[in-house]
Design a protein around this ligand. Structure first.
Ligand SMILES: [Zn+2]
Length: 299
């Protein structure tokens, strides 16, 4: 019961941070552009990292942070190229990756996995009352189930669905010519991941998906993570290792009959401390693993 209450509160606080992002103070956020490779850039502001393809066909972005940042995103894109923003690909439905949809969707085409559209259109709770989901212009116009390619700026930009990891609607975006991959929230360069079990995510799923992405990564590929600095294949491998090891530590204690409180009290070895310094702290990660493994064992 306690675990359920805590996680419900946690989920609600997350949900409210997505829903009420408009109320946050974005005035000091600055957009920073970094060249990744070829004609692909990364934009950092507040929320998920944005991937950008700029070239003769115009502009395509992967994720769009929060609506109040849309003008700053537009200004940053203009610095990179004069072309029109034609496509927005959402890696998943969370508000820190799709908040700009309502603005960019007015004259660009939004693309995402079918479950992203489903979750963005679903009614939400606002001030405790059911309210309609996102407006029509914020919804993906084109959806895919397994994969979809946009042939743009001289390369194939391929979105591939990785099921039930971070959520149930995540796409990983491969810029096949520039050799860049935007992994969305399947990759946090320096933090434990957020696994959104209320949106069909699972800890074993995220570990499995990262392994499947790794198997497809070319050697010198550059990785744009959902959050955190640009990464390499080695960073993804190290991250996968940290997840495998920490999940294993929790699993072994569960098998030994330890309660969640006991496992949290034991914590994780100090070498994992740096991974639990931000949004998902070590106790929250342990609790997520515990709950996800319990759920999958019950299925
Ligand atoms: Zn997310």
């Amino acid at each position: 019961m306690k675990l359920k209450t805590l996680l419900t509160l946690f989920a609600l606080s997350l949900l409210s941070s997505f829903v009420f992002a408009q109320g946050q103070d974005f005035s000091k956020v600055e957009m920073k552009a970094t060249k990744v490779a070829g004609n692909v850039y990364m934009l950092e502001g507040s929320g998920g990292n944005i991937g950008v393809s700029v070239g003769p066909d115009g502009i395509l972005i992967v994720d769009d942070q929060f609506a109040p940042l849309a003008d700053r995103i537009k200004a940053a894109l203009k610095q990179l190229g004069e072309g029109k923003l034609k496509f927005v690909i959402n890696t998943h439905w969370h508000g820190d990756h799709t908040g700009g949809n309502a603005i960019f969707g007015v004259d660009s085409t939004i693309i995402a996995h079918a479950n992203v559209r489903k979750r963005l259109s679903a009614p939400v709770l606002r001030d405790g009352k059911p309210a309609p989901g996102r407006p029509k212009e914020a919804l993906p116009l084109i959806t895919f189930d397994e994969s979809l390619s946009v042939h743009f700026n001289g390369e194939e930009i391929k979105a591939i669905h990785y099921p039930n990891g971070h959520t149930d609607g995540d796409g990983v975006i491969f810029f096949t010519g520039a050799n860049v991959v935007h992994m969305g929230d399947h990759m946090m360069t320096v933090n434990f991941p957020f696994v959104d079990m209320n949106s069909g995510g699972s800890v074993e799923g995220i570990v499995r998906n990262i392994g499947n992405v790794l198997a497809k990564l070319p050697p010198d590929v550059k990785i744009i993570p959902g959050h955190g600095p640009l990464a390499t294949v080695d960073d993804v491998r190290r991250y996968q290792q940290v997840l495998i090891e920490t999940v294993d530590i929790v699993r072994k204690q569960m098998q030994a009959g330890k309660s969640l409180d006991e496992i949290k009290a034991a914590g994780l070895p100090a070498k994992y401390d740096s991974w639990g310094k931000n949004f998902i702290t070590t106790p929250v990660w342990i609790e997520t693993v515990f709950k996800s493994l319990t759920k999958s064992a019950g299925q």
